[in-house]
Design a protein around this ligand. Structure first.
Ligand code: FE
Ligand code: CA
Length: 478
């Protein structure tokens, strides 16, 4: 029996509302009841609650097209995930949640088109460590009325210890909890991040397609173990299971919740006849990065082990799904959304002679990358989107691993995480653009061209910083 709402300890919608996983006829709506978000329980009793939701065509809710009740369960941190169906394609909707006298802020979302090649505009985003900056990029995205969606490629939280210094002096955005080792620890990190008003505004304005990378669990982890720098230690499988569950509890993700420490998150999303996006998971099923006995932080000179043809970043099932999907895609554009750089980067010391690579990303798995590249080359108008690096790039995919140019790669910089400023362009002629500023990439996709506008933050400590477009690239369709 759900508990009467009168038992709530205060305003429950402190973490905002969100929508995600849009299709042509449905979208997932999310909130979480947390009157005391800093508490591991969210300030909620260990009971079930009924939460009402409304979906309308107008912001004033005069034309409600769906209403219902959803259960908020303490087993899932009193998060709510509802997926109203029978929506119209390419249509804007408004939604809200209600419990007792409490009404959430109003969210806006949009379904995808069912057909046609109308323009599609989205923000490509990644990496939002709050310790290194304010979220002006999210405020900029929230205010952009032309956008249709957000694609987030990972590092929504970081599991790292709080910094032992405050980059801007007053400590106001430091992690307040130690590296998460269990469900309560991961929930605390999400609750801290999701208090940010600009992030809440972006979620309330646009549907998100979200993929995780490593820091939602632990730095540079692979299927069965952590990276070489592991903050929390302890039983890895149990920690991974807790991390996956906390991720799901705090995202507008489709049910079911992760079970038994696994969660299938790779998927393809079709935007009418214009584009098909393949979102891939490069951590959950990955082999251990190569040469850990001779590298630190999974970075170093090349090693024979990385050339083993059987090594996998995707796992065999996901790799088979991806290559078959790329080969049979028949939208105008085919986009591989990779949490980390696909084109590869020789990160040798500037002026140095010995090539060096990030071995936990695609450069540590060249044989599988070649198989994915073959499939990409067979797809209509391929383009790779990526994040993770904490710098903006445009790259040619192919020459970085000994091939002709296959397609462009558009890599978004970090929303706020500390930029990696070393410029490796001299040793990497396939790098067309590099910029270590924070920000995001705004993409405009039409039948004829894919435009990528690089939006940069000026002052990362000003939450109202006006972003500027500092570079634009156009990739014509063939
Ligand atoms: Fe990151
Ligand atoms: Ca990452």
């Amino acid at each position: 029996m759900p508990t009467p709402a009168a038992d709530l300890a205060g305003e429950p919608f402190t973490l905002g509302v969100a929508s995600g996983e849009p299709l042509a006829d449905s979208v997932v709506l999310w909130t979480r009841l947390a009157p005391d978000p800093a508490d591991p329980t969210g300030g909620m009793p260990d009971e079930l609650f009924d939460v009402a939701y409304d979906v309308a065509r107008d912001e004033d809710f005069t034309t409600v097209i769906a209403s219902g009740l959803a259960i908020a369960d303490s087993d899932y941190a009193h998060s709510v995930h509802v997926e109203p169906g029978d929506l119209e394609p390419a249509t804007t909707y408004f939604y809200r949640f209600r419990i007792g006298e409490h009404v959430s802020q109003t969210g806006r979302t949009r379904t995808l088109p069912a057909e046609g090649t109308d323009p599609f505009r989205f923000a490509l985003t990644t990496c939002q460590d709050p310790q290194f900056g304010e979220y002006a990029a999210w405020a900029d995205i929230a205010a952009d009325d032309e956008l249709d969606a957000v694609i987030f490629t990972g590092d929504y939280i970081y599991e790292l210890p709080p910094l032992d210094f405050s980059p801007q002096g007053d400590g106001r955005r430091m992690w307040t909890t130690p590296p998460p080792a269990d469900l309560a620890g991961f929930r605390a990190r999400y609750a801290q991040v999701k208090r940010d008003p600009s992030l809440q505004a972006a979620h309330a304005a646009l549907p998100f397609l979200t993929m995780w990378d490593d820091h939602e669990i632990t730095d540079n982890y692979w299927a069965d173990g952590p990276g070489q720098f592991d903050s929390a230690g302890g039983d890895f499988a149990a920690r991974r299971a807790a991390a996956y569950q906390a991720w799901w509890e705090h995202q507008p993700a489709r049910a079911p919740a992760p079970t038994a420490g696994t969660h299938t998150l790779h998927r393809s999303v079709r935007v009418g006849d214009l584009a098909e996006f393949f979102l891939i998971d490069t951590r959950q099923f990955a082999d251990e990065p190569p040469c850990r006995d001779t590298s630190a932080f999974d970075f170093g000179a090349g090693c024979d082990e990385r050339d083993d043809p059987d090594r996998t970043l995707l796992g065999d099932d996901q790799a088979a799904w991806l290559t078959a999907g790329l080969r049979t895609s028949n939208a105008r554009w085919t986009s591989l959304v990779s949490p980390s750089m696909f084109a590869g980067l020789d990160a040798r010391d500037p002026g140095g002679v010995e090539p060096k690579y990030y071995l936990e990303a695609w450069d540590g798995y060249p044989a599988e990358r070649a198989r994915v590249a073959d499939a990409l080359a067979d797809a209509p108008n391929p383009i790779v989107l990526s994040g993770d690096y904490h710098a903006s790039f445009v790259l040619d995919v192919g020459p970085g691993f000994g091939r002709d140019v296959i397609c462009p790669e558009v890599m978004a910089t970090a929303i706020s995480s500390s930029p990696f400023a070393t410029d490796y362009t001299a040793a990497n002629p396939h790098v067309q653009y590099f910029n270590p500023d924070n920000g995001y990439t705004r993409c405009t996709v039409t039948a004829d061209r894919w435009q990528a506008d690089y939006r940069s933050v000026g002052d990362i400590w000003n939450p109202a910083d006006p972003l500027e477009t500092v570079a634009s690239f156009e990739f014509p369709a063939r």
